[in-house]
Design a protein around this ligand. Structure first.
Ligand SMILES: *[C@@H]1O[C@H](CO)[C@@H](O)[C@H](O)[C@H]1NC(C)=O
Ligand SMILES: *[C@@H]1O[C@H](CO)[C@@H](O)[C@H](O)[C@H]1NC(C)=O
Ligand SMILES: *[C@@H]1O[C@H](CO)[C@@H](O)[C@H](O)[C@H]1NC(C)=O
Ligand SMILES: *[C@@H]1O[C@H](CO)[C@@H](O)[C@H](O)[C@H]1NC(C)=O
Ligand SMILES: *[C@@H]1O[C@H](CO)[C@@H](O)[C@H](O)[C@H]1NC(C)=O
Ligand SMILES: *[C@@H]1O[C@H](CO)[C@@H](O)[C@H](O)[C@H]1NC(C)=O
Ligand SMILES: *[C@@H]1O[C@H](CO)[C@@H](O)[C@H](O)[C@H]1NC(C)=O
Ligand SMILES: *[C@@H]1O[C@H](CO)[C@@H](O)[C@H](O)[C@H]1NC(C)=O
Ligand SMILES: *[C@@H]1O[C@H](CO)[C@@H](O)[C@H](O)[C@H]1NC(C)=O
Ligand SMILES: *[C@@H]1O[C@H](CO)[C@@H](O)[C@H](O)[C@H]1NC(C)=O
Ligand SMILES: *[C@@H]1O[C@H](CO)[C@@H](O)[C@H](O)[C@H]1NC(C)=O
Length: 333
């Protein structure tokens, strides 16, 4: 399983540049299409059979676990999911669009993953890739406005700290909801209230608006695997969001998104307090305590940084998250 990953990724990177820059289909969010195409009619009819199964099952349940059709070199495996808040007709329409896109030609990719706002379809001749928990390829996309939270100021660590904490709390709670309390591996949440803190001594106003979030895993994951998959995304996202008011990180096995406006249907599963603003408090003692915490954390981080660098180098050698500007903001089926 692990031996096949580099091939999967290097081919993916080739196609990323081919497809994402020039040939994004009208409303496709992202796609990974294996460069190796085939016209083999047996494989093609197996793909059709796999797709009709996934389409029906996903529209009915919201997701479809890994399934396999055919034998030997014509064997094909795949899975599909729709965003958990989408109804059956929007779900089926989204998957149909993916399938039409993939099979719209005399040849078609032997292996592909295609993301729209509402659905994800993936298949391969290698069943271990479909069953794998490896979350690459994956992409970071920021809300196209690039706006940052009001009060975000990189030179003032406690403003970063309070916004970080609210976002972190929201994302981790939604991830818990997704992994441990949802029948669909899908969860949504929102912060209960916006919060503003004026810190007189430094003339700073930190303001955290209401933030909405969702996360989702592919359905063949055990609870802890789903949670770990999302945790990895949360770390990646918080390490690079740089105060932006909206963004998403989309992997082949799990994904999450946050915005300052409601972007999913229905009521959120969970409500979260924007705690850290009140934790900091308006008084000097609070600020001094906070500074003491920041200083001790910094010292520990400095001590740990050599280890971190080694791990980071090892990590980036085998995995890399692609970052680009969100092109197509409006949800479409
Ligand atoms: C497939 O990838 C190879 C190697 O990167 C490239 O030379 C070739 O043009 C690609 N073929 C297609 C059909 O994109
Ligand atoms: C197509 O499938 C047939 C039957 O399995 C196989 O013999 C043949 O080699 C395949 N052709 C291609 C081009 O892959
Ligand atoms: C789905 O994946 C699991 C885990 O690898 C595997 O045991 C099972 O055979 C797969 N099922 C199908 C139908 O491909
Ligand atoms: C599905 O949801 C969309 C968006 O909310 C709505 O426009 C459509 O009427 C719904 N379809 C059905 C069959 O409920
Ligand atoms: C199919 O391909 C044609 C010609 O390249 C294109 O105009 C059409 O939009 C494509 N349809 C889909 C569903 O991708
Ligand atoms: C999948 O297809 C590719 C291209 O034909 C081939 O190189 C690879 O060995 C196949 N993988 C499996 C597991 O059959
Ligand atoms: C948003 O930020 C990204 C990188 O941080 C930058 O490449 C892009 O040009 C910015 N877009 C706008 C509209 O400012
Ligand atoms: C695992 O998740 C499922 C659904 O997502 C849930 O029904 C079950 O209670 C969870 N198990 C544990 C131990 O949290
Ligand atoms: C805060 O504002 C007051 C009045 O505008 C000014 O005198 C003071 O220097 C400012 N303090 C800081 C830390 O910027
Ligand atoms: C904010 O969170 C990111 C990711 O966890 C971290 O790298 C950064 O140091 C945090 N900043 C503060 C001030 O806590
Ligand atoms: C970006 O955020 C603004 C509000 O802050 C919202 O109106 C817009 O739809 C968002 N764009 C995307 C792609 O979510």
């Amino acid at each position: 399983m692990h031996n096949s990953t580099p091939l999967f990724l290097s081919l993916f990177h080739t196609l990323l540049s081919l497809h994402l820059t020039s040939a994004i289909p009208s409303s496709s969010l992202l796609q990974y299409v294996h460069n190796f195409t085939t016209t083999n009619s047996t494989y093609r009819s197996n793909l059709g059979e796999l797709f009709s199964f996934l389409d029906k099952e996903t529209a009915a349940k919201g997701f479809s676990e890994n399934s396999t059709v055919g034998v030997a070199e014509n064997q094909i495996s795949g899975l599909a999911l729709c965003r958990g808040d989408i109804n059956a007709s929007d779900c089926a329409a989204c998957l149909d669009q993916s399938f039409r896109y993939i099979t719209n030609g005399s040849s078609f990719p032997k292996e592909a993953a295609i993301w729209y706002h509402f659905c994800l379809l993936q298949y391969s001749n290698d069943s271990s890739l479909i069953a794998s928990t490896d979350n690459f390829p994956r992409f970071l996309m920021w809300n196209i406005t690039n706006q940052t939270f009001s009060g975000w100021d990189k030179s003032k660590e406690f403003t970063i700290f309070s916004i970080n904490n609210t976002l972190h709390k929201l994302l981790t709670n939604v991830a818990d909801q997704t992994a441990f309390h949802s029948a669909k591996w899908f969860g949504t949440g929102v912060t209960k209230n916006s919060a503003t803190l004026e810190i007189g001594r430094d003339n700073v106003t930190v303001s955290v608006p209401v933030i909405y979030s969702l996360s989702q895993c592919t359905p063949n994951f055990p609870n802890d695997t789903c949670r770990d998959c999302l945790q990895d995304l949360i770390i990646d996202l918080l390490g690079s969001y740089d105060g932006r008011r909206g963004g998403r990180i989309v992997g082949i096995k799990c994904n999450l998104r946050y915005e300052t406006y409601p972007f999913y249907y229905g009521n959120p599963d969970i409500l979260i307090d924007s705690v850290p603003i009140t934790d900091i408090g308006g008084n000097k003692g609070g600020i001094n305590r906070l500074l003491a915490i920041i200083i001790s954390v910094t010292v520990v981080l400095l001590i740990l940084s050599c280890f971190t660098i080694i791990l980071w180098i090892r990590k980036t050698r085998s995995t890399e998250t692609d970052i680009f500007q969100e092109e197509n903001a409006i949800p479409t089926s």
